[in-house]
Every structure is written in structure tokens, then in C-alpha cells.
Design a protein around this ligand. Structure first.
Ligand SMILES: C[S@@+](CC[C@H](N)C(=O)[O-])C[C@H]1O[C@@H](n2cnc3c(N)ncnc32)[C@H](O)[C@@H]1O
Length: 271
């Protein structure tokens, strides 16, 4: 069932969370690809504070992905604190049984009502349930809550996390788009288009930059087909390398590409 996108509820009074209760669909291990990125190339942000705060915004019907986020980040930063924020109060009541000193759960919305400024906010499969017209205001509100080195990750994935995309923003605005896919879970890179973040999903049409990017990546993937004899990993790495050689502002290097990931400057794909 696809839920119709909704306009954001702006709170109205100081006590009402900003946002709307939506379906709570989630799955264990669903967010492993973005967590690996947060615990990898983004981990330096955790080290900018003694006891950094990370928020899982909209964790869903079960708090599993918030627990996993804590487990994954605490291996690279043992002093990390994770706060799960959910707009549906019953989901918070249930999650409270799992609380400990470094993992807490709170009722709230995009205003992120937790003490302190988070160094990471991960909102996965949350904004896709809102209308595109509200995305900029949501980004601005969440980004205003970040610490100086903080990032907000607004992303989307399929039910079991094999195809995933996310936009990363800091307090100055959007920085990058990342695509991350399991090898074997796509025929063409553009298969990920149906999982693009809300800001881009309606723009995958000729004349838009995200469309050009995905078309170019498809072309590189097809051209690199002979490398498939050595495995899809090699084929993907070569495809991304050729994108970079053509001038696309690809971030990071082969160590990330090998994981089925590619990050590109936001400016190259922005609507
Ligand atoms: C589809 S679930 C996603 C769960 C999990 N993040 C995942 O990706 O598996 C979306 C959740 O976000 C919650 N939600 C929607 N808008 C929100 C908001 N403004 N603030 C906090 N939670 C919100 C919904 O109530 C729902 O539980």
C-alpha cells in the first residue's frame, strides 16, 4: 500500500510536534548501508565532541533500527549517545523498555525536541511520506538543530535495504547525494530511481540533472559490462571511475565504490 503524501503539520502550538504520524514500516538491518557510511567516512564528526548526540528521527513501529544505529556507532565512538525521536507516542512508550544511559526515546517531530545539538540526524523513509513542497522547510528546521559539525541525512530505501539513497546536509544546506546498492539487486543503476529522496524523486525526467546523472551512470555500467566477468564489484568501480573521469564531481574513492556506493556533489544533481 502506498500512502498518499501529506502536507507537514507545523505544530501550531508550542507543545505539538512538527509533522504527521505515518505508517511505521521498518525492518531489522534495513538501514545498514547508511549506518556503514555514518560509521565510516562520517565518523570524524562524532570525534568533534566528548559525548556526541545522534538522533534517529522517525524510527517507526519498532525501535530496532535505532538500537542498531547505537550498536554500529558505539563501535567507532564508545561515548556516543543515540536518541530515537518518533511522532507516534505509543511507539515511544514501547521503545522505552530498551532505554539505557546512552540510548533514549522521545516523542517529537522535525523540531527534534532533545536537549543539545545533534552531530548526526538520520531520518530514513520519513520525508518520502510528505509533499515535496515541504521538504525545504523540513530541511531548514532539522538543520537548524545541528551542531556546527553536524549532518542531517534524509534518505530512502526499499523494504530490506538493498537499494538506498540519501541526501546529506549540514547547517549550510545540502552537500551530497549518495546511492548505495547491493550488487545483484539491480540491473541498471537507474533502478534506484524509485527510491530517490523526496527532493529528487519527481525530477528524474529529461532536462533535470538527476536524470542526466542516472542516465550517464547507466551508460557507464553498460559500457563496463565486459568487466562483469570479474564480478559486479569491479564493473561498478570502473563505472564510477569513468563518471569521475568525465567530470562528474564524484566524492570519495574506490574504497567506498567497492561497497556499491557512489556519492556526488549535491550541485550536480539538484533540481
Ligand atoms: C516508514 S517509518 C520508517 C522507520 C525507519 N526509519 C526505517 O527506515 O525503517 C516512518 C516513521 O516516521 C515517523 N514520522 C513521520 N513524521 C515524523 C516526524 N515529523 N517526526 C518524527 N517521526 C515522524 C512515522 O510515525 C513512522 O513511524
Amino acid at each position: 500500500m502506498v500512502q498518499r503524501a501529506e502536507r507537514v503539520n507545523r505544530g501550531g502550538n508550542a507543545k505539538r510536534p512538527v509533522g504527521n504520524i505515518t505508517r511505521g514500516t521498518t525492518n531489522p538491518n534495513r538501514l545498514r548501508r547508511v549506518d556503514r557510511w555514518l560509521a565510516g567516512p562520517q565518523a570524524w564528526r562524532l570525534r568533534t565532541e566528548d559525548s556526541p548526540l545522534v538522533v534517529d528521527l522517525g524510527y517507526g513501529a519498532s525501535p530496532t533500527t535505532a538500537v542498531e544505529l547505537y550498536q554500529r556507532l558505539s563501535t567507532v565512538c564508545p561515548t556516543v549517545r543515540v536518541a530515537g525521536v518518533e511522532i507516534e507516542p505509543e511507539r515511544v512508550r514501547v521503545a522505552k523498555a530498551l532505554e539505557h544511559e546512552a540510548l533514549t526515546f522521545h516523542v517529537g517531530g522535525f523540531e527534534v525536541p532533545v536537549p543539545g545539538s545533534p552531530v548526526m540526524v538520520r531520518a530514513f523513509n520519513v520525508l518520502r511520506q510528505y509533499e515535496e513542497a515541504d521538504v525545504q522547510a523540513i530541511w531548514d528546521l532539522v538543520a537548524s538543530r545541528l551542531s556546527p559539525q553536524g549532518i542531517f541525512v534524509d534518505g530512502t530505501c526499499d523494504e530490506i535495504g538493498r537499494r538506498s539513497t540519501w541526501v546529506a546536509l549540514d547547517r549550510s544546506g545540502p552537500l551530497s547525494l549518495t546511492l548505495s546498492m547491493r550488487f545483484g539487486a539491480f540491473e541498471l543503476p537507474s533502478d534506484v530511481a524509485e527510491r530517490l529522496p523526496k527532493a529528487l524523486i519527481h525530477h528524474n525526467v529529461p532536462g533535470e540533472k538527476i536524470h542526466s546523472f542516472l542516465q550517464a551512470l547507466d551508460a557507464k555500467w553498460l559500457a563496463a559490462a565486459p568487466l562483469g566477468a570479474f564480478g559486479n564489484r569491479q564493473r561498478w568501480v570502473e563505472s564510477v571511475r569513468r563518471m569521475r573521469d568525465d567530470g562528474w564531481p564524484i566524492q570519495a574513492g574506490p574504497a567506498r565504490w567497492r561497497l556499491g556506493e557512489v556519492s556526488v556533489d549535491w550541485a550536480a544533481v539538484a533540481p
